[in-house]
Design a protein around this ligand. Structure first.
Ligand code: UD1
Ligand code: MG
Length: 486
């Protein structure tokens, strides 16, 4: 569909008083993205000639979100209502004949629904076509007042409803298609007749209808698409729906998700067939999972890239890291940014890694910290190994070769290199490079002292025994007491 004559106007200048927040409403997030970003993205495939976002509160931050998506901003200062916001956008519209107007706080709308709305508008030669929805609870929304089955006479805001109109359950989504040559004169006639003294775009509908122009309302197939976010509860509900849609998308693509309602997945996440995601998992940012992976309960992956057949045991945190095929991590592993675990590598419980490369088949099974470290392939890093990569001022690298054996409880003071095939004796503090195939040992030599322990025990026992004389005195005293009681 070509929309060379269409402008998209997103109204995003309002503060969002009902959210009680210092952040502008449209910058709040649901489903892993800001509200305004969802809307601008949904309009992108329409290929409209202009995409304009009306900004007011925190305009630079809103521009920072939408300009990378190719939309432009226009400043509404002060914010005198939705009708005023559309008037402010007028100067940026060039030669558009139609405008699709959307609020910045209804992020669930789908491109297909917008396409259908525009088609209805064009086919009906309408002055305005409203996207409406029939809902169980219409409170808070403007109501659609129809004058016939097909034609609309007005939108009445909640605050101005008569008792009879309060029963209407067809609501205004605040998404409309307008023919601009009809809209501008109608808006010019709108008066700020409401308690906020604002110019309501909704009032232009009655003006157009009163002039005998065609005003249509198209009912959305899925009423959830028009949910607006005015309160924190609305945000939570919209987030829940986005998350459900995303999980369904992955399940349709062959991913198993256990207890789906407990799993949170951001919009850009992808996963291969037969991957299993257990309850309570979060997959965030641009995380990509290969095929047949298993991400177990309580794990959080952000911007993680997993190959095929990767296992993430319970309660791992993985940030900005790459895990190649057949890697196994956890339970309780923490991967901070910048790691690359090569094929078949294993990281066990209570292991923390940062900016490190772990070679193919290398094992780091327990209680270890590796920072700024390169480990070769088929190396074994024993329990309790720590790289000291920081001296309080700078970070230093550690390099561990192939087929190295690091004994448990070793401290590697960076910068330091351990050559291929080397052994590090358990409990060592390694401050100098260890050449290939050597033993590095850096600890005090053990001394055994025969009989020392029993002698010590005797000494301690003697020192803690009470003196004889005082014991006798106290025994006599207690006898006197017992006799009296008799
Ligand atoms: C609006 C509609 C209501 C509809 C509901 C659907 C009006 C008067 N009412 O009510 O009929 O049922 O949406 O969600 O339009 N904005 C500006 N500049 C302004 C005022 C608002 O850009 O001066 C923007 C806001 O940032 C927001 C959008 O317009 O993104 C809608 O404003 P909001 O205050 O949320 O209107 P509602 O009360 O939800
Ligand atoms: Mg709203």
């Amino acid at each position: 569909m070509s929309n060379y004559d269409l402008a998209v106007i997103v109204l995003a200048a309002g503060k969002g008083t009902r959210l009680k927040s210092s952040l502008a409403k449209v910058l709040h997030k649901a489903g892993g993205r800001t509200l305004v970003e969802h809307i601008v993205r949904a309009c992108e495939p329409l290929k409209a000639r202009d995409r304009v976002v009306v900004v007011g509160h925190q305009p630079e931050q809103v521009a920072g979100v939408i300009e990378p998506l190719g939309a432009v901003t226009v400043l509404q200062q002060p914010q005198n209502g939705t009708g005023h916001a559309v008037q402010v956008a007028k100067r940026t519209l060039g030669r558009a004949k139609f405008a699709l107007v959307l609020p910045g706080d209804a992020p669930l709308v789908r491109t297909e629904t917008l396409k259908a709305l525009i088609a209805t508008h064009r086919n009906g030669n309408a002055a305005a076509t409203i996207l409406s929805a029939v809902v169980a609870d219409p409170s808070g929304y403007g109501r659609i007042v129809r004058k016939s089955e097909t034609a609309v006479s007005a939108i009445v805001e909640e605050s101005q409803l008569t008792d009879e109109q309060r029963e209407i359950n067809e609501i205004n989504s605040a998404i409309y298609c307008f023919t601009l040559e009809n809209l501008w004169p109608a808006l010019a006639q709108v008066k700020p007749n409401n308690k906020h003294r604002e110019l309501y775009l909704t009032d232009a509908i009655a003006v157009m209808s009163g002039k005998g122009e065609t005003v249509l309302a198209q009912v959305a197939g899925d009423s959830r698409e028009v949910l607006g976010c005015n309160t924190r509860a609305d945000l939570a509900e919209v987030d829940r729906i986005f998350r459900e849609w995303k999980r369904n998308e992955l399940m349709d693509a062959g991913v198993t998700i256990q207890l789906p309602e407990t799993v949170l997945i951001d919009p850009d996440v992808t996963a291969g067939e037969d991957t299993v995601i257990e309850a309570g998992v979060q997959l965030l940012g641009k995380t990509k999972l290969g095929a047949r992976c298993s991400v177990k309960t309580g794990s959080v992956l952000a911007d993680a890239v997993l190959g095929d057949d990767v296992t993430v045991e319970p309660h791992c945190v993985v940030v900005q890291s790459r895990l190649d095929d057949r890697v196994i991590i956890g339970p309780f592993a923490r991967l901070r940014p910048g790691n690359h675990l090569k094929a078949g590598a294993r990281l066990g419980n209570f292991v923390e890694v940062k900016k490190s490369t772990i070679g193919e088949g290398t094992k780091v099974p327990h209680l270890t910290y590796l920072g700024d470290t390169k480990v070769g392939s088929k190396t074994n890093v024993g329990a309790g190994t720590i790289t000291c990569n920081y001296d309080g001022f700078e970070k230093f690298p550690t390099t561990i070769g192939n087929k190295v054996f690091i004994g448990s409880d070793s401290v590697l003071v960076a910068p330091v290199r351990i050559g291929d095939g080397a052994y590090i004796a358990a409990g060592s503090t390694i401050t100098e490079n260890v050449p290939a195939d050597s033993l590095g040992i850096g600890r005090g030599r053990q001394v055994n002292k025969p009989g020392w322990a029993s002698k010590k025990r005797r000494e301690l026992a003697a020192a803690t025994q009470p003196k004889k004389s005082s014991r006798r005195r106290s025994r006599k005293k207690s006898n006197r007491k017992t006799n009296r009681r008799k």
